[in-house]
Write a protein that binds this ligand. Structure first.
Ligand SMILES: C[S@@+](CC[C@H](N)C(=O)[O-])C[C@H]1O[C@@H](n2cnc3c(N)ncnc32)[C@H](O)[C@@H]1O
Length: 270
């Protein structure tokens, strides 16, 4: 009989592989389509929160953009070297490059399809995309001031390796801004792994309610988009992956089985 911890670890590994497969599949299906973001979005729930100003053509992606805005709002990107790990279809990296004026903005993703799409799609000075693995970053030590990571780490085989890599590529005093979801039972482990990374926690926030509000507002639009892209026999798993209303993942966010957190950390100066 295989012991339960080994069984759970194997199951978790297979699930993460399946997640990566789903992202590749979506990227393949989406090809040149309007999809620029692949995250669940964020809504500021403060009663009089100011509305983020966006170009009219970006309104359709407002909720996903608001998640990026939330993630980076407490760090300075201007004139910095910024890396986004898990940049997907590049909307976030492009938004950061255009609005926060880093010296250099690099988007890195595991999916060659996504990287090729982004390299064709965005022509912004200082912004470029490359293929690579979060757990083995293809960069020299101390080469970035800020590392951004949005809704990507839940698919990594060993997230501790990713955190060690972030620590390595950050300059002393640099920042790591990070947001993602986990099963509620795995949130303590995530906190421990961040704690053991050598970086210092500046801020952490449970943003589950903000993300659920975004999922609720965006459900109909997302359903329609996914239905156009994906053949009927593949529809259910992808709608679930998109956490549209009525899906299992949406239900798990609603009942607290899944939690969404954001973190700001920094690498000590020395
Ligand atoms: C949900 S998407 C988020 C994309 C983007 N951050 C956004 O918010 O639109 C997750 C992305 O992480 C990428 N990813 C998954 N595992 C990765 C890994 N080990 N290394 C680099 N990227 C990875 C996937 O290919 C996918 O593009």
């Amino acid at each position: 009989m295989v012991p339960a911890p080994v069984r759970n670890a194997v199951r978790a590994r297979l699930q993460r592989r399946f997640v990566r497969f789903q992202y590749n599949y979506l990227n393949w299906r989406a090809q040149e389509s309007v999809f620029r973001y692949l995250n669940y979005g964020y809504v500021d729930l403060e009663p009089h929160a100011p509305m983020l100003r966006l170009d009219p053509q970006e309104e359709t992606n407002r909720l996903s953009i608001q998640l990026y805005q939330h993630v980076v709002e407490s760090v300075v990107l201007r004139d910095k070297d910024v890396l986004e790990v898990g940049s997907g279809r590049g909307g976030g990296a492009s938004f950061l490059a255009r609005n926060f004026h880093p010296r250099q903005m690099v988007g890195l993703d595991y999916s060659g399809l996504a990287v090729r799409f982004c390299s064709r799609m965005y022509d912004i000075p200082g912004l470029h995309f490359q293929k690579g693995n979060a757990e083995k970053l293809p960069f020299a030590d101390a080469s970035f001031d800020v590392v951004v990571n949005v809704e990507s780490s839940h698919g990594y085989s060993y997230v501790q390796r990713f955190f060690a890599e972030v620590y390595r590529v950050l300059r002393p005093g640099g920042h790591f801004v990070f947001a993602d979801f986990r099963g509620a039972a795995f949130v303590p482990a995530l906190n421990r792994e961040l704690d053991e990374s050598g970086m210092i926690l500046i801020q952490k926030r449970d943003i589950t309610a903000n993300v659920v509000e975004s999922l609720d507002r965006d459900s109909d639009r997302k359903k329609a988009l996914i239905s156009q892209l994906v053949p009927a026999y593949q529809l259910q798993p992808i709608l679930n992956f998109g956490a549209v209303k009525g899906s299992e993942i949406h239900g798990k966010f609603k009942n607290g089985e899944l939690q969404y957190w954001s973190f700001v950390l920094h690498k000590p100066k020395g």
